[in-house]
Ligand binder design. Structure first.
Ligand SMILES: Cc1cc2nc3c(=O)[nH]c(=O)nc-3n(C[C@H](O)[C@H](O)[C@H](O)COP(=O)(O)OP(=O)(O)OC[C@H]3O[C@@H](n4cnc5c(N)ncnc54)[C@H](O)[C@@H]3O)c2cc1C
Length: 381
């Protein structure tokens, strides 16, 4: 735990006292940002953590952010949007020009502006190397953007999108070459978006986006042209840990709700929590979740010491998402038919847990990565 842990706990406790789950659940039903919660994150300084003071931040580390995400998600005060907000900073701090940093980073600390991410395309799916959106350099130095993306969380609501596009044709000899990273102003002419009909109770909308001859200024490019994927991959380990915090937090919410319900629900006069068929899966889910949480904090501390956590971050992604799924499943069983009654507030987590197995990256490819890097098995992707 970092030296700021006590202060982070106090901030989160104060937010938990002032925002109730019912409000966040209602926003989730309408796929609307829980503005009250977002404003509290901003006002309490949580959004400024991890950003150096010279860019409007308050310093601190990934451990601090992960702790805040864990504590608030344990109470189901969901704020997935915080992930792209924090994640956008890594590549910008490391690869953006000084001018770009001064323009784009400070509003992410105050909550006035946030970034969305534009990676996934309908055909390419998990295989980002195969994206077809192009950004072709023009004689005047600008780039002409054409193509489209899908599953763009909060694209319309975000001021900017960190977007990858092809600036050179696909090169089978070096798959990471030829893709560049841009800061896309989401209000530029030629951009349109349609809201997707996602059957999840998320506090954000998701969009399919279309880019029709969008003119990107030369200074929209981040880092070296053609090396955008390497820049992006650089920030993925912190994403894995932030998403893990959401998973272990929500897993605990499911376990706690199920345990409370199991103490009083008694169709055969004995509380269902007395049955081993209910007790053991709940206890198992709790055990797995604490193990996932421990590894998450160990990996986060290692990250903050500047060590490579490629393998650990991916292992934590698998552990935390599977632990959430295990917890959501037993919670559904505990609640019986009431599990699908949305007003009981269990079903949204069951759907989210399954989704978090495949997003933001699917566990199958993550396991393939671990098999290759740790076990020396052939690369399969
Ligand atoms: C709610 C939500 C929000 C999202 N937000 C964003 C966002 O803001 N920005 C963004 O860019 N993207 C976003 N995504 C996209 C997400 O990152 C992708 O869904 C994910 O990367 C997988 O791509 P796909 O859905 O096309 O799956 P596919 O590539 O079609 O894969 C389908 C399945 O095949 C299997 N599979 C695929 N490849 C392999 C392999 N090599 N080895 C083994 N198994 C494999 C996996 O089981 C996988 O689940 C979001 C997705 C969701 C659901």
């Amino acid at each position: 735990m970092s030296e700021n842990a006590e202060a982070i706990r106090e901030i989160c406790d104060s937010i938990i006292r002032r925002v109730d789950r019912a409000y966040v659940a209602e926003c989730g039903k309408r796929n609307e940002l829980p503005k009250k919660l977002w404003d509290m994150w901003a006002e309490s300084g949580l959004l400024s953590i991890g950003l150096p003071e010279e860019y409007g931040g308050s310093g601190g580390s990934l451990s601090d952010i992960v702790l805040a995400m864990d504590l608030l998600h344990t109470e189901a005060l969901l704020l997935p949007l915080a992930v792209p907000n924090f994640m956008s900073r890594g590549p910008l701090l490391k690869f953006a020009s000084e001018e770009q940093k001064r323009r784009y980073l400070p509003p992410t600390a105050t909550g006035e502006e946030f970034f969305s991410f534009g990676i996934t395309e309908p055909d390419a799916g998990t295989n980002t190397f195969k994206i077809k959106t192009t950004a072709i350099r023009q004689p005047d130095g600008t780039f002409l953007l054409n193509g489209g993306k899908t599953y763009q969380t909060a694209f319309v609501e975000s001021a900017h999108c960190l977007l990858v596009a092809r600036t050179q044709p696909y090169d089978p000899e070096d798959r990471t070459k030829g893709i560049s990273l841009f800061i896309l102003d989401t209000k530029l002419p030629g951009i349109s978006a349609t809201q997707m009909d996602i059957g999840m109770y998320l506090p954000e909308k998701n969009y399919t986006t279309y880019f029709d001859n969008v003119v990107l200024p030369a200074d929209a490019l981040v880092g070296e042209e053609g090396r955008g994927l390497n820049i992006l991959f650089d920030s993925l380990n912190s994403e894995r840990l932030l998403v893990a915090a959401m998973n272990v937090g929500q897993a605990d919410y499911c376990i706690n709700r199920a345990a409370e319900y199991a103490k009083t629900r008694a169709p055969f006069d004995t509380p269902i929590g007395a049955y081993q068929s209910i007790q053991h899966p709940l206890a198992r889910a709790k055990t797995y979740n604490e193990s996932a949480r421990s590894m998450m904090y160990l990996a986060t501390a290692k990250h903050d010491r500047g060590e490579n956590i490629g393998v650990e971050a991916n292992m934590v992604k698998v552990l935390a998402s599977e632990s959430f799924k295990m917890a959501a499943e037993i919670a559904m069983t505990c609640f019986g038919g009431a599990g699908v009654d949305v007003s009981q507030d269990i079903l949204p987590f069951y759907i989210a847990a399954q989704n978090n197995i495949v997003a933001p990256v699917n566990n199958q490819i993550v396991l393939s990565f671990i098999a290759e890097k740790v076990l020396g098995l052939p690369k399969s992707y």
